[in-house]
Design a protein around this ligand. Structure first.
Ligand code: CP
Length: 319
């Protein structure tokens, strides 16, 4: 394994070789799951805390399953039933989790940068499980793994990511992993949602037909209805950007459809696409476990230096 990072905050810290190493380990873990193999002990004796300040189904449960399959004990901290409702900051919460002896902290938070803040105050390993609009590294890794299992090498493959790209942490992390893997990435959505993305090494378009033309894979993003106020109506969005079987006729035959979930069926995609033979949506969910196991295995092999906490860092980030 080449990657020896202490934390996983975003995929931009991973080289192409690191991605290969994580994919290889994910394959090994998937094989062991499929074979009904015995559980591993990489994290035996370790306590893993899951601090989820935003709702989650797939990420939270797959991290829990992954950590337990590696021998860890898992503990979920839900901010609404924690002292965060009394005003305790994220930083103070993290410092207390550190004092309680947790070795791994998995953080989902609505504020971009929260996982990086947590990493500065935690003696063990921090994994970002999605922070605001910033990043969702393990989602991008499992998307890469899922696509690689389906298509083989992604070099030269066209992948269209369609929807509210601007507000999507999934899209941002996927741009990094997919381009590192050599894919030709297109981002498609209303122009308001492509603003400021011009420096990315991708094609930007507001024309769905161009994005889908000869695409090998299409990734939908959840349309957050609250964002519709920013100049895009729901009806207009469905009209211009909903991924349908008819529109997918422009893609290569057998093009795959991915979506991180949760899906608004009938908004960003039709039910027949989301649940049909080209859909990889449930494979993505399933692959969350081996990929997150691979990430935890990598982290458990890295050193754990402790960094000093400065008063300046004791910012109020929650409550
Ligand atoms: N893909 C994803 O992050 O889903 P959850 O919000 O259910 O974890």
């Amino acid at each position: 394994m080449s990657w020896s990072g202490r934390h996983l905050i975003d995929v931009d810290e991973l080289s192409a070789e690191d991605l290969d190493a994580i994919l290889a380990e994910s394959s090994r873990q998937l094989e062991s799951i499929d074979d009904g193999g015995g559980w591993a002990d990489n994290l035996r004796g370790s306590n893993v805390a899951l601090l989820f300040a935003e709702p989650s189904t797939r990420t939270r449960l797959s991290f829990e399953v992954a950590a337990r399959r590696l021998g860890a004990e898992t503990y979920v901290l839900e901010p609404l039933s924690s002292s965060m409702v009394k005003g305790e900051t994220l930083v103070d919460t993290v410092r207390n989790l550190d004092a309680l002896g947790f070795g791994v902290l998995i953080v989902r938070h609505h504020r971009a940068g929260s996982a990086a803040v947590a990493a500065r105050h935690f003696g063990g390993h921090v994994v970002n499980a999605g922070d605001g609009w910033h990043a969702h590294p393990t989602q991008a890794l499992l998307d890469l793994f899922t696509l690689t299992l389906e298509l083989g090498t992604l070099a030269g493959r066209k992948v269209a990511i369609v929807g509210d790209v601007l507000h999507s942490r999934v899209a941002k992390s996927n741009v990094w992993t997919l381009t590192r893997a050599g894919a030709d990435v297109w981002l498609c959505g209303p122009k308001q949602w492509l603003r400021g993305l011009e420096s990315l090494p991708v094609q930007l378009t507001s024309d769905l037909d161009s994005a889908l033309a000869d695409a090998d894979a299409v990734m939908g993003l959840r349309v957050q209805k609250e964002r519709m106020a920013a100049g895009v109506s729901l009806g207009e969005y469905i009209d211009r950007y909903q991924v349908t079987e008819r529109r997918l006729a422009r893609a290569v035959a057998g093009a795959r459809y991915l979506h991180p979930g949760p899906i608004n069926e009938g908004v960003e995609v039709t039910r027949d696409v989301a649940r049909g033979p080209r859909s990889l949506v449930l494979e993505q969910a399933r692959n969350g476990v081996p990929v997150r196991m691979a990430v935890l295995v990598h982290l458990s092999g890295s050193p754990q230096p402790t960094q000093p906490v400065s008063e300046r860092d004791l910012v109020r980030t929650h409550g």
